[in-house]
Design a protein around this ligand. Structure first.
Ligand SMILES: [Zn+2]
Length: 385
């Protein structure tokens, strides 16, 4: 029997130029905003100007790289001491996740570790967080519509999630124009993360008809536009497709889960200084192939294999192809997008046992369409090195 739930941000606003509405939206929440940005805070100049014109006081905090526990604690101190009543995440997934975590912890008492999975006490948030407006400037993570924040603990060498249904942003404001000046390398890795976040929920053991329809549309758009946007970053309609694909990936993963690519990406990101998108990009074709081989062996008449055939048809744009052609298509795309293997981050075969052991415990691994053995996981990882 079918049973599912679908939750997302309260409002999703999508469109080229949508950033112009940000101050009018922000005013409904308050007049003191904490703005979390990525490394280059200068990119938020227009956002700051729009808010200033409407009399909204602003405090900016730049996060270098993926957010660490201390970044969140610093944000919480600022938000409390300055009496902020609104948090804006403006940047890639890191800035948006940082905003969600700061907003959550500012209103909940206690220590960040109280609420963290794995290394903390995993308590549930009780107080509603400060309202969050999430404004992505990359097309990859979909963090504007997910209910967790991925944080890095350099001390523990792990990535952990702060997770709560209360952490869904109040507003996801997706303006494709903000991605127009994204460099080609970042366009490639974040775009492949978006594609991964559409394929994995589609073949996930937790997929449902609502996430399916979102994934099918998202895969179609990413397939026709990722190459184009890498070759020509000024291609407006391709940028729009990728911004939608990223949003759709976030909607899908938050409600249907992910798979082995993300199961690997979580421990790798904690153990090595490797950006999430680049890790997923390097793993995607190899995980697809491993899943296909395992499904053919152990579930040849199952639903997941049928879904991989459908993925191939969407990617290639033809009804006459099967799952294997989908893998080849992704391999060709990775080559075209100049995706480098994982060894560029200092990962070697000697690290495989520790990565596989940690990946087996990752929540994303539980929704992979078939349970992969330790040996299969190790071989898959080694092919991506
Ligand atoms: Zn991802």
């Amino acid at each position: 029997m079918m049973r599912f739930e679908f939750a997302t941000a309260t409002r999703i606003i999508f469109g080229a130029g949508a950033l112009r509405d940000v101050a009018a939206i922000a005013k409904d929440f308050g007049h003191r905003a904490l703005i979390l940005t990525g490394r280059s805070a200068g990119r938020a100049a227009t956002l700051n100007r729009l808010l200033a014109e409407q009399g909204i006081a602003r405090l900016n905090l730049a996060i270098a790289g993926e957010p660490k526990l201390e970044d969140v604690e610093q944000g919480v101190r600022l938000a409390r001491s300055e009496g902020c009543n609104l948090v804006i995440g403006f940047g890639g997934g890191s800035a948006i996740d940082a905003a969600k975590a700061v907003a959550a912890l500012t209103t909940s008492g206690g220590d960040l570790l109280d609420y963290l999975e794995v290394i903390g006490r995993a308590k549930s948030l009780i107080s509603p967080p400060l309202p969050v407006i999430a404004v992505p400037t990359t097309a990859g993570t979909g963090a504007e519509v997910t209910r967790n924040a991925v944080l890095t603990s350099p001390e523990h060498r792990v990535k952990v999630s702060l997770r709560s249904p209360l952490m869904l942003p109040r507003v996801a404001l997706v303006d494709p124009e903000l991605t127009h000046d994204l460099p080609a390398g970042l366009t490639a890795s974040t775009g492949l993360d978006a594609l991964t976040q559409l394929i994995e929920p589609y073949v996930s053991s937790k997929a449902n008809p609502l996430t399916d329809s979102i994934c099918v549309e998202g895969i179609r758009r990413a397939a026709r536009s990722l190459r184009r946007v890498f070759d020509n970053g000024a291609d407006k309609s391709a940028r729009e497709d990728m911004a939608l694909a990223s949003l759709f990936g976030g909607l899908a993963l938050a409600n249907a889960g992910l798979g082995a690519v993300h199961g690997f990406a979580s421990p790798i990101g904690g153990m090595f200084p490797a950006p999430h998108g680049a890790v997923c990009a390097a793993l995607l074709p190899h995980v697809m192939e491993a899943n296909l081989i395992a499904l053919r062996e152990r579930a040849p008449r199952g639903e997941a294999l049928r879904r991989y055939n459908e993925v191939a048809r969407l990617l290639v744009g033809s009804d006459r192809v099967g799952a294997a052609e989908g893998v080849t298509w992704v391999e060709d795309l990775c080559a075209h997008l100049k995706i480098l293997p994982l060894r560029r981050f200092g990962i070697s075969a000697g690290d495989a046992p520790a990565i596989v052991a940690a990946a087996l415990k990752a929540s994303s691994m539980k929704t992979n369409p078939i349970e992969l053995t330790v040996e299969e996981l190790r071989e898959t990882l080694e092919r991506a090195l």
